[in-house]
Design a protein around this ligand. Structure first.
Ligand code: AVJ
Length: 323
């Protein structure tokens, strides 16, 4: 794999600035969910994906495995593939192998997680007619660079899988898709994976598993602040919590302070006061309905060319074509 490394002058400074911004909020403290995925967090998410309660990743994978050739048949050759947030790359294999049968294809995973890019290179490096160029970038910055590199006649296929879009608030999801669309040309395609709404107890179990892996995944954000920014969070003094917010139709992860406490974070130049019972909001995971998905696509100037839904775990793969 060729790797375009991060260009940010100082990633620690950016992390510190965002932590400061989020923890100084007066009403609801928050931390950006993208920081859940350091090396430990990425490994914990791999474990979450294997848990019986969390069917999301398996549904995504099943849909891609079973429908890869049908998806690829709807594209025009040659294809330039850009993936926003590749994760381990495991499920992308099905699509790349289906494309591999047709011709030489360039695959560009875009990730802020260096650990994830390394995993992708290991996972997908062996597919014969695929050349990999990894971009250690924020999604839109990376996508702009990939689009700049497109060759004449190439169709751009953007992959946004695993319901990562669910981590954006409404209407930030429409805004984000519009920004993606502006980088694309008419006829380019976006394959969008989204988790669908299901009974509340099932959704809550998926984010509060009996082994406590999701709890560890959530708490690792505080452990990461301790490691990288010199924080002094006592992990035993914060409790993982998953709730369903019916207004936004999202599962929210929070960390609840077990008592009144002050936390200092040296490299963010910060002391924060927590009251007993106060929470830090660390992630939202929106659950879509199918009509909502069509509206979202239209609002961002895409038409839905085809959609595949898993029958075991409601999850949709939508092939959207830029108009
Ligand atoms: C990787 C963003 C799809 O929102 O379900 C898993 C992350 N958080 N368990 C999700 C996650 C808690 C996951 N995504």
């Amino acid at each position: 794999m060729i790797l375009r490394q991060a260009v940010t002058a100082d990633p620690v400074f950016e992390f510190a600035a965002e932590v400061q911004d989020g923890l100084l909020r007066t009403r609801q403290k928050e931390l950006p969910s993208k920081y859940l995925y350091d090396e430990v967090g990425s490994a914990l998410f791999e474990v979450i994906s294997a848990l019986p309660e969390y069917g999301l990743t398996r549904a995504d994978q099943r849909l891609l495995r079973e429908n890869a050739s049908e998806i690829v048949a709807r594209l025009t050759s040659p294809v330039l593939v850009a993936e926003l947030g590749s994760g381990s790359g495991k499920k992308t294999r099905y699509l790349l192998e289906a494309l591999d049968n047709r011709q030489q294809t360039r695959y560009c995973p875009i990730e802020i997680s260096h650990a994830a890019l390394t995993m992708v290179a290991r996972e997908l490096g062996d597919i014969e007619h695929i050349s990999i160029v990894g971009f250690e970038r924020e999604y839109l910055d990376g996508l702009l660079e990939v689009a700049d590199n497109r060759r004449a006649g190439e169709q751009l296929l953007v992959l946004f899988l695993g319901s990562t879009i669910g981590n954006l608030d409404r209407p930030a999801d429409v805004k984000f898709l519009r920004a993606v669309r502006r980088i694309m040309q008419p006829g380019d395609a976006l394959l969008l994976g989204t988790d669908l709404i299901k009974p509340i107890p099932q959704m809550l179990d998926a984010y509060d598993d009996s082994l406590g892996v999701t709890g560890a995944f959530n708490l690792n954000l505080l452990a990461r602040i301790n490691r990288e920014l010199g924080g002094n969070f006592a992990l035993s003094q914060f409790k993982h919590e998953a709730r369903f917010n019916p207004e936004t139709r999202s599962i929210e992860m929070h960390l609840r302070s077990a008592r009144n406490q002050n936390i200092s974070i040296t490299r963010a130049g910060l002391t924060v006061t927590f009251h007993e019972g106060e929470t830090i909001w660390t992630e939202s995971s929106h659950k879509y309905s199918r009509p909502e998905l069509l509206q979202l696509a239209m609002a961002a100037s895409f038409r839905c060319e085809a959609q595949w839904v898993d029958d075991e775990w409601p999850f949709a793969e939508s092939l959207l074509v830029a108009e």
